[in-house]
Design a protein around this ligand. Sequence first.
Ligand code: AMP
Ligand code: FE
Ligand code: FE
Ligand code: ZN
Length: 287
Amino acid sequence: MQRSGRCEGPGDLHLHSTHSDGTEPPAQVMAAAHAHGMRTVALTDHDTTSGWAEAADAATSLGMTFVPGMEMSSQHEWRSIHVLAYLFDPDEPRLRAMTDRVRRSRLQRARIMADRIARDYDITWEDIVAQTSTGATVGRPHIADALIARGVVADRGEAFSTILATGGDYYVSLFSPDPVEAVELIVGAGGVAIIAHPAGRAGIPPKRLLTRMLDAGLAGFELGHRENLPAAVATLRALADERDLIVTGSSDYHGLGKPNQPGEHTTSEAMLERLIDRGTGCAPVLP
Ligand code: AMP
Ligand code: FE
Ligand code: FE
Ligand code: ZN
C-alpha cells in the first residue's frame, strides 16, 4: 500500500464545538485534541459546517491533519440515529437544504420545550439564548445549560435524566430525515457516512434498516465510543468484517458538556487512510 503520510499517529474523528453543543470554540477543541496526542482530527458539530474554517486553521497550525465533518441528525420510527459525515461538499444544495431545515426545526422545537419548562421552572427563552453561541445549532444541551445557570440542576447529565428526558412531559421531537435519506444526501455530496455510536443503550439499528443504509452507500460504524455496549459492538464488528466496512473510534468530546476526553477512543491510521480515500466532496486539510 502506498504510504501518503497524511495520517501518521492516532485520529479522533468526533469532536463538538460551540457551533453546536460543545462548550469550547473550534480552535480550543483542536488544541485539546492536540494536547491529548491526536494527529488527525475532525470537527463534527450537529447539522452544521460553520466551524470548519476556524478548526482547519487551528488544527493545521498545530501540525494535525483536519478532516471536515458533521454529525447529521436522523430518525427511524422512535429511534434517533446520528450519522457522521466526512469530506462532503458543504455547498451541495440538497444536503445543505436539509441541514438548514433541521436547524430551523431545532430552533422551533427548543422554543416549544422552553415554553413547556417555563410553566414549572424559572427559566426564559432568553436564558437559553444566553447559553447558545450566535448561529450555533441549538439543542437540549443549551436548555440544560440554562437550567444549570438557574440552579435547577447540577449538570447536563442531571438535566437529561430528568427535565429533558426523551419522551418526558417537556420533550418535543425535532424534524430530521430518515437515516437512509441522510446517507443518500451525504453520499450525493461526495461524503463518507458512518453511523455514530451505533451500539448504545437504544440497541443496534434494525438489520433491515442497516441493509438499506448500506445499499445507500453507508461506509461503516463508529465502534470505538464510550456509549457502545460490548455485545452489540461484537455483532456490528462481525458485519463490518463481512462487508469490509470502515470502523472508527472517537471521543465525542463536548468540552465541559460531557466527561468524554479527546483520544479516549481513536481511529487507526489504516482506517483514516481508507476514509480519506473514499471522500470526494472536499479534501482533508494538511498541516
Ligand atoms: P438534541 O439533539 O437536542 O435532542 O440533544 C441531544 C444531544 O444532547 C446529543 O448530541 C448529546 O451530545 C447530548 N446529550 C444527550 N444526553 C446527554 C447527557 N446525559 N449529558 C450531556 N449531554 C447529553
Ligand atoms: Fe451533542
Ligand atoms: Fe451523537
Ligand atoms: Zn456527537
